[in-house]
Design a protein around this ligand. Structure first.
Ligand SMILES: Cc1ncc(COP(=O)(O)O)c(C=O)c1O
Length: 533
C-alpha cells in the first residue's frame, strides 16, 4: 500500500472542514488517515472515499471535502490500496462555516507558523497577569524572518541594516543612524567616538562627563572604559530625569560632556538642558534606550545632542530581540561610528573616504584596511528585517502605552484611598511621552515596607522591579573600587531607590476592568498593612 503523507499539522481543538484536491488515476478506494503520533496506529481512523469508484480516467483531479474534529497534533495521510499514482495538488482547511481559511497548502509555511504562533506567543507573559514585558511582535515579524532565512540571502549585516538605518533616521529626524547589536553597544560606540583620536572635539582621559544618578549600568561603563570620568548628578523624583537645576554646580574646568538618560520614556526640561549645554560648550549624548518615540516640543528625544542612542532589546518600545542604534547629524561622526562598529576598517565607509585611504596607503589591500581601534558591534541582517516591521508599528503601540499610563494614573490619582500613598511621574508641558513602564514611589512613611509591597504585588500577579538600577551610585562596583562617592548628594535618587518600583505597561490597551483590578490590588496592600500595625 502506498501512503502519501499529506502533512503533520498542529491545530487547536476545533471543528474544521478539509478540502483536498487529488490528482490520481483510476482507483477503487482511497483512505484518508488522520492519526495522532502519540497514539498508536490503532487509533487511526479512516475515511473511505468511493466517490470515484466507478470513474475510469487517467490522472484526473478530484475534489474531496470532509469534516473533522481536531483535538491536538495530527498526521494526515492519504493512502491508495491499488497503485501509487496519487498526487495531492492542494488542500485547505477551513472552519466549519467555510469562511475562514485556517490552512492552505499553497501558503503552507505561513499557515503552519500561524498555528504555532497563536498557540505560543499569547502565553509569553512570564506567568503574570500584569507582566513587565509585553510582546511587541507577532506573525508579521515571524513570517518575514522565516522567509528571509530561507531566501538564501546573506544573513550578516547588509542591505536590510542599511534600509532600517535610513528608516530609523527618518523617523527620528536625524541625518544618519548606525545600527548595532544592543543599546549598550550603542552607548559604547557613541562614547568611543567622542574619545577617539579622529573626533573633532575629542575628549581626553579624565575629562569629566556629567551623568544622572538614576541610569543604566551601560550608560556609565563606556565612560570609564574609554578613560573618562563620570560625575553623578541627582535627579528630580517627579520626572525621574536629571535635575536640571543641579547640573551647573557640578560643572568645572574638566567638565566636557553631559550624558543624560531619558528615563522610562520621560525627559527633563530640554530647553534648560540645551541652555546649559550651549552655555558651557558641553557635548551632549542622550541615552534614549528607554524612550523611543517620545518627543519634547515636537522634537524626538535623542535628536537634541551630538549622539542619541536607542535599544531594541526584547522589552523595549520596539524589538529586534537584541539590537540598538546610534544617531547623529554629523557626516564625519557617522563614518567614525561605522568604522568603530566594524573592526576599525574602512570597508563600510563612504566611497570618497575609502578612496582617500586607498591612495594614501596603496600597498594595503583596501578590503582589509584598518585605520582605527574598532570593535565588532555589528547587528545581523535578521535583526534589521524585524526592525523594519517593528518601526512601522511603533506609533500605534506607543498610543496604547500612553492610553494605559493615563488611564491608570487617573484611576490612582482620583481614588479616595490615595492619601499621598502613591506618587506617579509627571511629564514636561509640550512633551509627548511614550511611557516605557509605570513607575511609582510610595510615601516614604512606608519605606520599610517596600519589599513587602513588591512581594505582595508579585503574589498578586503584578510583575515588578526597581526603577532602572535604583540609585546607581550605590552599586557595588563603586564601593569595591573605592570611588568614595558622597551618598548624601543624591537624596532624590535615594528616594526612588528606597521607595520606588515599576510595573509593566502593555503596548496593547488594558480593559477598564483590568485597570480597576490593578488599582485595587495596589491600594489593598496599604489597607492590609495598616490593619497589621
Ligand atoms: C537607559 C538604558 N541605557 C542602556 C540600556 C542598554 O540596552 P541593551 O539592553 O539593549 O544593551 C538600557 C537597557 O535597558 C537602558 O535602560
Amino acid at each position: 500500500m502506498t501512503a502519501i503523507k499529506l502533512d503533520t499539522i498542529f491545530f487547536k481543538k476545533g471543528d474544521y472542514k478539509i478540502s483536498v484536491n487529488i490528482i490520481c488515476d483510476y482507483t477503487s478506494k482511497i483512505n484518508i488517515s488522520i492519526y495522532n503520533d502519540s497514539n498508536n496506529i490503532s487509533n487511526k481512523y479512516n475515511i473511505e472515499y468511493y466517490n470515484w469508484y466507478n470513474e475510469v480516467s487517467t490522472l484526473k483531479t478530484y475534489h474531496m471535502e470532509f469534516s473533522i474534529i481536531f483535538e491536538d497534533k495530527y498526521n494526515i495521510e492519504i493512502t491508495n490500496e491499488e497503485n501509487n499514482k496519487i498526487k495531492i495538488s492542494s488542500y485547505t482547511l477551513t472552519d466549519q462555516s467555510n469562511q475562514n481559511i485556517i490552512f492552505n497548502s499553497d501558503n503552507r509555511l505561513d499557515c503552519l507558523l500561524l498555528n504555532e504562533i497563536s498557540k505560543n506567543l499569547s502565553t509569553s507573559n512570564n506567568g503574570f497577569k500584569y507582566p513587565l514585558i509585553s510582546n511587541t511582535f507577532n506573525e508579521d515579524e515571524i513570517f518575514a524572518l522565516s522567509k528571509f532565512i530561507i531566501s538564501g540571502e546573506k544573513l550578516t549585516m547588509g542591505t536590510h541594516v542599511e534600509a532600517f538605518e535610513k528608516q530609523f533616521a527618518n523617523y527620528i529626524g536625524s541625518n544618519y543612524a548606525v545600527m548595532v547589536n544592543s543599546g549598550s553597544s550603542a552607548n559604547l560606540l557613541a562614547v568611543a567616538v567622542v574619545a577617539n583620536y579622529m573626533y573633532k572635539n575629542k575628549l581626553n582621559p579624565n575629562d569629566e562627563v556629567l551623568v544622572p544618578a538614576l541610569c543604566w549600568s551601560t550608560t556609565v561603563w563606556p565612560l570609564i572604559q574609554c578613560g573618562l570620568k563620570p560625575v553623578f548628578v541627582d535627579i528630580n523624583p517627579q520626572t525621574m530625569n536629571i535635575d536640571e537645576n543641579k547640573i551647573e554646580q557640578y560643572i568645572g574646568p574638566n567638565t566636557k560632556a553631559l550624558m543624560i538618560v531619558h528615563v522610562m520614556g520621560n525627559c527633563a526640561d530640554m530647553d534648560l538642558i540645551m541652555n546649559i549645554v550651549n552655555k558651557h560648550k558641553l557635548l551632549l549624548i542622550e541615552d534614549t534606550c528607554e524612550s523611543l518615540g517620545s518627543s519634547y516640543k515636537n522634537k524626538k528625544l535623542g535628536s537634541f545632542g551630538e549622539f542619541g542612542t536607542y535599544s531594541f532589546y526584547y522589552s523595549h518600545h520596539i524589538t529586534t530581540i537584541e539590537g540598538g542604534m546610534v544617531i547623529t547629524n554629523d557626516y564625519d561622526s557617522y563614518n567614525l561610528l561605522k568604522s568603530l562598529r566594524a573592526h576599525g576598517w574602512t570597508r563600510n565607509l563612504s566611497k570618497e573616504i575609502q578612496d582617500k585611504y586607498k591612495r594614501e596607503f596603496s600597498e594595503i589591500d583596501d578590503r582589509y584596511m584598518f585605520i582605527n581601534l574598532g570593535y565588532n558591534l555589528r547587528p545581523m541582517e535578521l535583526q534589521a528585517v524585524m526592525g523594519e516591521i517593528q518601526l512601522k508599528k511603533l506609533d500605534d503601540k506607543n498610543i496604547n502605552r500612553i492610553y494605559n499610563f493615563n488611564k491608570i494614573k487617573d484611576q490612582i490619582m482620583t481614588d479616595h484611598r490615595n492619601k499621598n500613598l502613591i506618587n506617579l511621574p509627571i511629564s514636561q508641558t509640550d512633551s509627548y511621552i511614550a511611557w516605557f513602564g509605570l513607575c511609582m514611589y510610595i510615601n516614604p512613611l512606608y519605606e520599610s515596607k517596600l519589599n513587602d509591597f513588591k512581594n505582595y504585588l508579585t503574589s498578586n500577579s503584578v510583575e515588578n522591579r526597581p526603577i532602572i538600577t535604583g540609585n546607581f551610585v550605590r552599586q557595588p562596583y563603586f564601593i569595591l573600587n573605592n570611588y568614595n562617592y558622597k551618598l548624601d548628594d543624591f537624596p532624590n535618587a535615594d528616594l526612588l531607590h528606597n521607595c520606588g518600583l515599576y510595573i509593566g505597561l502593555s503596548c496593547e490597551k488594558y480593559s477598564d476592568e483590568s485597570i480597576i483590578n490593578l488599582v485595587n490590588i495596589i491600594f489593598d496592600f496599604f489597607l492590609l498593612i495598616d490593619k497589621l500595625k
